[in-house]
Design a protein around this ligand. Structure first.
Ligand SMILES: Nc1nc2c(ncn2[C@@H]2O[C@H](COP(=O)(O)OP(=O)(O)OP(=O)(O)O)[C@@H](O)[C@H]2O)c(=O)[nH]1
Ligand SMILES: [Mg+2]
Length: 346
């Protein structure tokens, strides 16, 4: 699962990528850059303090920094290259330039988003045309009906995410990898001079974008400078801009949510680890994250929520006494921040 950092040229995508991954990494300006970020998780570190393991492993998210999409017919080849890179990611972070003052925010958002809508419309129209000429079985009839719905939405310049397609319908058209069905988080890239206007800007952008999407205001350049400072220096730097804490951790959390991710933990003397699952994953499937043997030989899972575990100072013994440690079968849906211990047979 990957998040693509996308947007118009020079909106600050590579700067955001460097703030996340590290300013010292080599980046290319004409090819996508790929890197992973550890998810900063206070609860994981509390578990680590309690168990004092040899190793503590946080969850990770992979970001792909994709070059900006140039406009104009003369850039057709370049545009196609970039669109196919965007096609491959699972969710989008769309960076908007609100720092340079050279463009109207609403225009910048509309320019990029209508590109995505038109690309989807092109795919839909071509597929409909083919289907209409073909002899259609039931499956193709169904596909045609869904695509007609899609066409209407896109012609109204609205993203497909607003169609409220059922899980089944989405499955039927999954192979097209439509841009406007991907989750989007807008990053409004402001200059440090605008930090005080943060909330106002966020409101403004939320008014323009679809209510299916969220927005976060990030002073990208400032975060990039901040990422190079030592922990001690950070505080002073932040307060000189009237900021209490850096914004990147909040952005990373929002990205994690964007992908529909949740975390469960395993704990022990050797390792305390955060595992990433999609919302709605059951215990047997979650076990498979760790090892296919555990999924296959699954017997049961001992489960306790982080809150309950914290309330007994991370003592399994006390958790058992108080009846907080539960035994769950294979159909239990793992909750965010559950601590799970699997019993299995190999
Ligand atoms: N003042 C200011 N300059 C910024 C900010 N973000 C990016 N820049 C500058 O804008 C220029 C482009 O930034 P990049 O991060 O390379 O932009 P990009 O979106 O990756 O650009 P392309 O990949 O070419 O589309 C660089 O000179 C940055 O230093 C910002 O928040 N404030
Ligand atoms: Mg770039």
């Amino acid at each position: 699962m990957r998040i693509g950092i996308v947007g118009l040229p020079s909106s600050g995508k590579t700067s955001l990528f460097k703030a996340l991954i590290g300013n010292n990494i080599q980046t290319s300006f004409d090819k996508p850059n790929i890197g992973s970020v550890k998810v900063i998780d206070k609860d994981l570190y509390k578990l680590s303090e309690a168990f004092n393991p040899k190793k503590t492993t946080p969850a990770e998210i992979t970001f792909v920094d994709i070059p900006g999409i140039p406009s104009g017919i003369e850039n057709k080849k370049r545009r196609n290259e970039i669109f196919s890179a965007i096609r491959k990611v699972d969710a989008l972070v769309e960076v908007i330039d609100a720092f340079s003052g050279t463009n109207d925010l609403e225009d910048a958002i509309a320019t990029f988003d209508s590109d995505l809508i038109l690309m989807d419309l092109d795919v839909v129209e071509r597929r409909i045309e083919r289907l209409q000429k073909e002899k259609r079985d039931q499956k193709k009839e169904r596909e045609l009906t869904i695509l007609e719905k899609c066409k209407g939405m896109l012609e109204n310049e609205r993203p497909l995410s607003e169609l409220n397609l059922s899980e089944e319908e989405i499955n039927d058209i999954r192979s097209f990898e439509f841009f406007t069905l991907k989750p989007i988080l807008y990053v409004v890239n402001i200059s440090d001079a605008d930090i005080e206007a943060k909330e106002k800007l966020k409101k403004m952008v939320k008014n323009v974008i679809s209510d299916r999407y969220d927005a976060i205001v990030v002073p990208v350049e400032l975060e990039l400078e901040l990422s190079e400072l030592s922990e001690g220096e950070k505080e002073e730097f932040l307060s000189s801009y009237g900021l209490e804490k850096p914004i990147l951790p909040e952005f990373i959390d929002a990205s994690y949510d964007l992908l529909g991710y949740e975390t469960f933990y395993t704990v022990g003397e050797d390792e305390v680890k955060a595992w990433t699952i999609k919302k709605g994953t059951n215990t047997r499937k979650a076990a498979g994250k760790i090892h296919s043997d555990i999924e296959r030989g699954f017997i049961a899972a001992e489960v306790i929520s982080y809150k309950d575990f914290e309330s007994v100072d991370f003592s399994f013994k006390e958790a058992k006494t108080k009846g907080l440690l539960r035994i769950e079968g294979e159909d239990y849906i793992v909750k965010n921040k559950d601590i799970v211990h699997f019993r299995f047979n190999v």
